[in-house]
Design a protein around this ligand. Sequence first.
Ligand code: HEM
Length: 455
Amino acid sequence: MPHPRWRVPLVGDVLGRTPRTPLQDSMRLARELGPVYERKLFRRRFVIVSDAEMAAELAEERRFGKHVLPGVAKLRDLAGDGLFTAYNEEPNWRKAHDILRPAFTQQAMRGYHPHMLAVARELLARWDARDRVEVTPDMTRLTLETIGRTGFGYSFDSFQRERPHPFVSAMFATLRHAQRNLLRPPLVGDLLFRKADRRYDVDRAYMASVVDEVIRARVASGDQRTDDLLGLMLNTAHADGSGPLDEVNIRNQVITFLVAGHETTSGALSFALYYLARNPEVLARAQAEVDAEWGAGGEPDPSFEQVAKLRYVRRVFDEALRLWPTAPAFARQAKVDTVLGGRLPLRAGEWVLLLIPMLHRDPVWGQDVERFDPDRFLPERVKARPAHVFKPWGTGERACIGRQFALHEAILVLGLLLHRYDFAADPDYALRVQELLTLKPEGFSLTLSARRPTG
Ligand code: HEM
């Protein structure tokens, strides 16, 4: 099995690697070593794959299921058996999945649409007052506010604050800790990480207190609704007669949705805006589509149906997710003894990590994989590619439950921004991808100019 050249006894493959960018390190290694290789970090062994045929096999639910990666497992301190971090065999996974499913139907999205629109308009008001905007923090304001209000009827007042909500800072710190924890050496690790562990405990406790406040506010209001995530969890029993979710699990789900429900969408929107600003022809086509579908007048008021009409904008978003899938890896473990891709024997329980950004650069995507080309997602071109080569949402029954939510939110916001502004990126800015288990552009700002008078 190929592995990095300079392997240090006991420590493993750490030379030349940076703790801040483990994912981009893995991408570099895939370019060097190929689509199947091994990395060792202390006692942990990672088999990293990005081959299109293997990805298709890994999607076979009969042979493979989700594996909770070590970095994600650390988040169980925070989210326990919440949907994202649950082990397959934990009964609360199925129970919560079934109870929460109705919150992600098309009918549910229709109900969220006015709230999403209201939050997006707060972003527009903020941007109208500025010529230059820091994109990623503002996308985080938007997505946190959206999941807070639609999922839990709770506002973080994201647009009323100059600094990010403390929940966001605590969340970044815990994600950073979970990522760095992968480099915790055995024996001396607890000593080396003592200060960071203490800070982590404080951040976790703070996040838990926010979750308690979100739940308390709903319970205190006496509101018995079942048309959002929190209402479903508090007021719906499972069809199998086992009653509603227990209190601890509800807390785990609230924190899961507050984190999983905004961080990845924020990064994906930021990348999409980056590529729009860098590709004037794409920007012009996207603007023309929005004008045609939503009307060229001053203030569009898109209906739920009009969002899905923006097919080109959707292709822009998909292409941004191809290059930088913001949840950039997931892992699959063998359910039975099997051989992956005819060459990698795996015993039941053994797992591999799928490196999504490199799968998205597999030769099946053509010769020019680094080029931003939304037309790769034209229906006829999608059909011409093998299945399972585009995996930003994961795979199988543990794939992203929030996919339609993220897509509706993202296309709506992009539509509104494209309709209203011309944007230009700083010509000196070179894309820097920040990693906190998820990905986002770092230090990326846009200069805005209004496309038409507003009022
Ligand atoms: C799972 C990506 C938005 C909630 C996943 C997984 C991926 C993913 C790759 C599978 C992880 C694995 O197999 O280990 C994304 C991306 C998003 C996004 C790229 C935005 C662009 C959202 C939103 C929500 C959400 C908006 C909630 C409103 C979840 C949950 C899971 C999940 C709860 C765990 C599902 C389960 O195992 O049952 N997501 N996600 N995600 N996502 Fe998302």
